[in-house]
Design a protein around this ligand. Sequence first.
Ligand code: BES
Ligand code: MG
Ligand code: ZN
Length: 454
Amino acid sequence: MIKFIEKATNSNFVLEAVFKNENLDKNIIAKKFVITEFISDKKAVIFLGDKSEFSVNDLDELSTQLSSLNRTFEVNLDSFVTENVSLSVIASRILEKNKFLNAKIYNVKTNKKEEEKELFVFTKNLKEIEKELKNTEIIVESVNFARNLQATPPNICNSEWMAEEVKKQVSQFSNLKVTVLDKKEIEKLNMGLLLSVNKGSMYEPRLVVIEYNGNPDSKEKTVFVGKGITFDSGGYNIKTGRSMLGMKYDMSGAAIVASALNAIGQLNPKANVAAVLSITDNRVNGDANLPDAVWTSMNGKTVEINNTDAEGRLVLADGMTYAIRKLNATNVITVATLTGAILVALGTTYTGAFSTSDKLWSNIEQAAKSQNELVWRLPLHDDFSKFIKKSTVADLKNTDLTGNGGSISAAMFLKEFAEDKNFAHLDIAGTAETGEKPMGVMVKTLVQLALNEK
Ligand code: BES
Ligand code: MG
Ligand code: ZN
């Protein structure tokens, strides 16, 4: 637990930052991020190197350190403030990291690890940063909501359960409108691509729509469309052992866009934003989707299936059409664990980004930067849609089988459903989860994008 206060209580050790050339006690270990304790004074210092070089780039390691201390400390926040690092930045980064690391994420281990240590953080200027801290808390708690959904195993988190959980959470906020469409309603809308993926399932598909209208005078509306595959077996193009592991995370895009709206509903930006979650699993049964099958999407385009494992783009395409036709989106942003190829290109470090609009991309880039998330833009080019446009029986094939640039051809498939809207796509297959841990990646960026709108 972390608590911000105005003054040290003096009932715990106090921890302060010290920098190089500050007339330091000779016992201080002058190694960056190392803590020296002075037991008899109930005091400790953390050495941070050259003051002029201390920057926001150090805050990740620093805040991780401060969240894993071996005793209850009272941290003197004012001692960390430098020319490059403001009080509000350092305070919110410590809060964020602490809440991220101590989040209650799905876990049924019978031997739970011991309770976390308390952390007190004090600054005489607490009043100045209270609002900022509140906003940070709302955002990180939304990130953690996504992470908990991500980690929940697929024998619990099926499409019907997930839609219900999201609805329960976001309907707490009266300025968010939540609609959950069931299979009958999805059939009525002719969402043939989402339905095709759902054919192998014993659960109904769900389309969850969350709407926030913070700027009713504007016609601009940004709609986030999230891939919600609660488990991706691959379908008849079935995945083999190792590559099927972790496919509970294939609903991350949907969890993330819902969580972004969850925060937006509390932060009240002057913007119109919505989230569309296309939810089903991708399984096999006697009637599951088949290679060679042909389906008609909600917008009328026909798609020949040449790989049932390229299911994400199918459920997203219908989600995009819903966003455009039913919600009047002017900007459409898809968020999806879409391709293994993005892992090859960008590892687990960068989220891959695509956009038809330089303006929309630059807004995303800016938002990501201020929220300390890494995105890297990749190209959209017609060369990468040649293969998927060569079906002899339908408008499109769902998969480029050349084996080249798989993340780009997937994005080009989605672009076919963007109509004339500004379109961006975030491929989070590498970043949604790292080391089997859910990251709630891009929630912060999407929220910041809405906050930056004017
Ligand atoms: N859900 C996967 C993508 C994925 C792979 C996410 C690895 C996280 C880690 C997606 O549905 C998929 O199966 N993509 C195929 C596409 C192929 C059939 C063109 C892939 O990447 O192999
Ligand atoms: Mg797949
Ligand atoms: Zn998938």
